[in-house]
Design a protein around this ligand. Structure first.
Ligand code: IVH
Length: 701
C-alpha cells in the first residue's frame, strides 16, 4: 500500500506536523497533509498492526484537524478520518438490496468430504488438477461494502442474502475499513466486496470484563458481540468496541471504460485479495495459500486448525475457493451456494443438549447464581454438564425452561455459555424456572438492589457465603494455599474444623490426620502451604479478603496507598476516591468493609497469627497524590525543566524509574520522544501523558 519512500515521507510529515501542533502553529494549509498522515497511521495500526506513533500523538493531530475542518468546512473530504464520527444516534437501518445475492457456503467436515468435492469440481471442469486458494473462515458477522469512484458509499448486513440493513454509519466506525481506496488504478468504477466483521479475542475479553463489572452476564462468543455491535444505534459506542473487518470476496464490479484492459489481478481470487490488500483493506493476503490439488488443501486445513487457538481472532474453519475467476464462472452456483467454493469446518465448539434442572448457588458476596444442570455433552473434547445462567433476567431473555433443548458453545478459552434455547423442539412438558425467594442455604429472605440484576442473601453469617469466602481466600490468585482447594475447605467446614478465615491458620491437624486420604505427606504439604501464605504480599491479602468490586488491580492500588492495612478505617469516601481508578461504587464497598468492627477484628487476628498487614514498599513513600505511582519522562519538556518535573513526582509521593518496564505506571512524553515511547506503547498498563496531563495530575487537589 505505501512504498518505503512514501512511508519515510509520511513519517517525516508526521514529525513536522506534531511539532506544529505542539507549538499551536497548524493552519488551514496543513489540512490535506493532516488527513493523509492520519490515514497512513490508521493503516499502520489497523491493517498491518505496526504503529509508528502513539495513540496520544495520533489524537493530538486528529483534534487539531477537527478544529481546522470546523473552521474551513469546504476542505472536508468524505474520506477525511474525521468523517467516521457521526453525530447523534442512528434512527433506523433502511433495507437495501445487495448488487449480487449473498450466498452461503457448502460445508465439509473431513478429508473425505473435500476429496469428493474436488472430484466433482474436476468432473465439472474437465481438469485433472485444480488450483485452489485456501483462507481462514472468519467467525463473525458478514457484511457487504460498495465503493464508487474510489469512495466508500454503502455498507450492509447480510440480511436474507438478497436484502440487508444499511449500516453505513456503523461500518465507518471500523477503522480497518478505508473510507476511500484507489480502485480506479485497477480500472474499477463500482465494486461490491464482502467480508466479515469481527471482535478480536482480546477486545472480546475486555468487553466481557466490562459487562461483568456491571454485573451483566457475558456474551457467549465474539461473533455475537460483533453482530450485536453492528446493530447498535449509537455510532460512538460502536467505535468504542473496536471492531475489525476482514474483506475476502469481490462479488461484483464495473469497469471505468467498457474496453479497459483490466489489471490481471482481477483474473484470480488470490489476485483480488492482493488488490484489496494493496488498496489498504485487511484482506487475508497474509493468511491465504494458493495450492494445486486437494491433498495440499487438506494439509493446509489441518495445519491451520492446529494454530486456531493462537490466532488473535476466532475462525471456525477454512474456505477453499477455485482460484481462477473464469473457471468459477464456468462452474456456476446453486440457489444456496457457489459450486466453486466450500467451507471446511473445524471441530465444533457448539452442541445441543437438554437442560435438566436449575440449581441455585450462593456466592461469597451472597449473590445467588442459577446454574443449569445439563445432560453431559462433549464440546471440542471437553464434557460440559453444568453451566451458569447468571441471573433471573438472563433466564427470561434466553427464554429457558427446564426440559428445553439448548445450544451451548465453548468459544476458545471462554467459559461455556448457553447461546439460546430451541423452543421449536418443545413438547409441552417443559417447566418454568422459578427463582427462589429465600436463600437455599440459610433460608433468609433474598434482596435485590434497584439497579442490579442479582438477588442476594444479605445474611453475612450465611454458611454458604462463609465457605465461599474461605475458598476465595485460599485460591490461586489470592493467598495461593496449594492443596487447600474447594473440596477440602468444604469438608473441614462441614466437620466443624474450620469456621472462618483465621481458622485456616489454626486447623486441628490431629483430627484431620484421622480422616481418609490425609496421610503424613499430604498433611505436611498442607501445613507448609498454609505457612508459606503468611508471607504473601499485602495486595494478595487485600484481594483475598473478597471485598466486593475489589479485583487484583484495585487490590494493588490499595496496597500501595497504606503502610498498615487497618489504617483504611481512617479513610473517608473522598480519600478513597482520590486513589487511582477508584469510583464511588468501589470506594463505598471498601469504606463499608473497614467500618465493620468484625472485619478489623479479623485482620488483627490474622496479624497475631503471623500474616503480613504492612506494606514494606510504602514505608518510604511520602503521603501525597501520587502514592507510590511510578513515572518516567522522555523527550523535551516545554513548560518545566526535567529536574523540576522529577522533583514534583517525588514531592507528591510518586517514584521515578529509569527505564520502560511493566513496573512503570506513567510515561510523560515531551517533544521528539523516541524509543522509550515506542516501547511503552507495547505495554498496555502504561499510561502515556502529555506534559499538560502530567501537570493536571500533580496539581494539589
Ligand atoms: S466466501 C459466495 N470466504 O461464511 C461466497 N466466506 O458459512 C461468499 N465467511 O456467508 C463467501 N470467512 O459470511 C467466504 N474467507 C471467507 C469467509 C466466509 C467467513 C462466512 C461468510 C459466509 C459464511 C458461510
Amino acid at each position: 500500500m505505501y512504498s518505503a519512500e512514501q512511508t519515510r515521507n509520511l513519517q517525516n510529515l508526521t514529525s513536522s506536523l506534531l511539532k506544529k501542533v505542539t507549538a499551536q502553529n497548524v493552519s488551514k494549509s496543513d489540512i490535506k497533509d493532516m488527513q493523509a498522515v492520519l490515514r497512513f497511521h490508521e493503516y499502520r495500526y489497523y491493517i498491518i498492526n505496526d504503529p509508528l506513533i502513539s495513540d496520544f500523538e495520533y489524537d493530538s493531530i486528529y483534534k487539531e484537524l477537527e478544529k481546522l475542518e470546523a473552521e474551513n468546512p469546504s476542505l472536508i473530504t468524505p474520506d477525511s478520518p474525521t468523517q467516521r464520527v457521526a453525530k447523534g444516534l442512528t434512527k433506523d437501518f433502511p433495507t437495501v438490496q445487495h448488487l449480487v445475492p449473498m450466498l452461503s457456503l457448502e460445508n465439509s467436515y473431513n478429508a473425505d468430504d473435500l476429496i469428493d468435492w474436488d472430484r466433482k469440481a474436476r468432473e465439472l471442469t474437465g481438469l485433472d488438477n485444480i488450483e485452489y486458494c485456501v483462507e481462514p473462515k472468519f467467525d463473525g458477522a458478514s457484511i457487504s461494502l460498495i465503493y464508487e469512484n474510489d469512495f466508500f458509499v454503502r455498507g450492509a448486513t447480510r440480511g436474507d442474502g438478497a436484502e440487508g440493513d444499511d449500516i453505513t454509519t456503523n461500518i465507518k466506525q471500523i477503522r480497518s475499513v478505508p473510507l476511500s481506496a484507489k480502485f480506479s488504478e485497477y480500472g474499477v468504477q463500482q465494486i461490491e466486496i464482502r467480508g466479515e466483521v469481527l471482535m478480536t479475542k482480546k477486545n472480546f475479553k475486555k468487553y466481557n470484563d466490562q459487562l461483568a463489572e456491571q454485573n451483566l452476564p457475558p456474551l457467549a462468543n465474539p461473533r455475537n458481540a460483533a453482530a450485536g455491535t453492528l446493530r447498535i444505534k449509537d455510532p460512538k459506542e460502536v467505535s468504542r468496541r473496536n471492531l475489525e473487518a476482514f474483506l475476502y470476496h469481490v462479488s461484483y464490479y464495473t469497469n471505468i471504460d467498457a474496453h479497459a484492459k483490466l489489471n490481471n489481478l482481477l483474473n484470480t481470487h488470490s489476485g483480488s485479495l492482493e488488490m484489496l490488500w494493496n488498496l489498504g483493506f485487511r484482506s487475508p493476503e497474509k493468511e491465504k495459500k494458493v495450492v494445486k490439488g486437494i491433498q495440499a488443501v487438506i494439509d493446509h486445513c489441518h495445519s491451520f486448525e492446529e494454530q486456531r487457538d493462537d490466532l488473535p481472532y476466532e475462525i471456525d474453519g477454512m474456505v477453499i475457493k477455485v482460484n481462477d475467476f473464469a473457471l468459477q464462472d464456468e462452474m456456476g452456483m446453486t440457489t444456496h451456494h457457489p459450486r466453486w467454493a466450500i467451507a471446511f469446518k473445524f471441530k465444533a465448539r457448539q452442541a445441543t443438549t437438554k437442560l435438566r434442572a436449575v440449581e441455585f448457588q450462593v456466592g461469597r458476596t451472597g449473590a445467588i447464581t442459577p446454574v443449569a444442570k445439563l445432560e453431559p455433552v462433549s464440546i471440542g473434547g471437553v464434557t460440559v454438564s453444568s453451566i451458569s445462567v447468571h441471573n433471573e433476567d438472563y433466564i427470561k431473555e434466553k427464554d429457558l425452561k427446564i426440559g428445553d433443548t439448548v445450544l451451548i458453545e465453548r468459544a476458545g478459552d471462554v467459559i461455556p455459555q448457553i447461546v439460546k434455547s430451541l423452543p421449536e423442539l418443545r413438547n409441552g412438558d417443559e417447566k418454568k424456572i422459578y427463582f427462589p425467594k429465600h436463600c437455599p442455604v440459610c433460608k433468609s429472605e433474598l434482596a435485590r438492589e434497584e439497579d442490579e440484576a442479582v438477588w442476594r442473601c444479605i445474611n453475612i453469617e450465611c454458611p454458604a457465603q462463609v465457605v465461599e469466602r474461605i475458598i476465595h481466600f485460599a485460591s490461586k490468585d489470592a493467598m495461593d494455599i496449594r492443596s487447600f482447594g474447594d473440596a477440602n475447605v468444604r469438608k473441614f467446614f462441614e466437620l466443624g474444623f474450620l469456621k472462618d478465615i483465621p481458622g485456616i491458620y489454626n486447623l486441628p491437624f490431629d483430627k484431620i490426620s484421622e480422616l481418609d486420604g490425609f496421610g503424613e505427606k499430604s498433611i505436611s504439604n498442607l501445613k507448609s502451604a498454609i505457612e508459606a501464605s503468611k508471607q504473601q504480599p499485602l495486595h494478595r491479602l487485600i484481594y483475598a479478603l473478597g471485598i466486593r468490586y475489589i479485583g487484583e488491580t484495585t487490590a494493588k492500588v490499595l496496597a500501595n496507598a497504606v503502610t498498615y492495612l487497618p489504617d483504611f478505617k481512617n479513610f473517608s469516601l473522598e480519600d478513597l476516591q482520590n486513589l487511582e481508578d477508584i469510583g464511588p461504587k468501589v470506594a463505598g464497598s471498601i469504606h463499608k468493609f473497614f467500618l465493620l468492627h468484625d472485619n478489623i477484628k479479623m485482620l488483627r487476628q490474622l496479624e497475631a497469627l503471623g500474616l503480613n498487614l504492612r506494606n514494606d514498599k510504602s514505608a518510604n513513600i511520602v503521603e501525597g497524590n501520587l502514592n507510590g505511582q511510578t513515572f518516567l519522562f522522555t523527550g523535551t519538556l516545554t513548560q518545566l525543566k526535567r529536574s523540576e518535573a522529577e522533583e514534583m513526582v517525588e514531592k507528591t509521593g510518586g517514584k521515578l524509574l529509569s527505564g520502560v518496564s511493566s513496573k512503570l505506571n506513567y510515561l510523560v512524553v515531551g517533544e521528539d520522544a523516541g524509543s522509550k515511547l515506542e516501547k511503552a506503547k507495547k505495554i498496555p498498563a502504561i499510561k502515556i501523558l502529555t506534559e499538560n496531563e502530567f501537570l493536571q495530575l500533580v496539581k494539589p487537589q
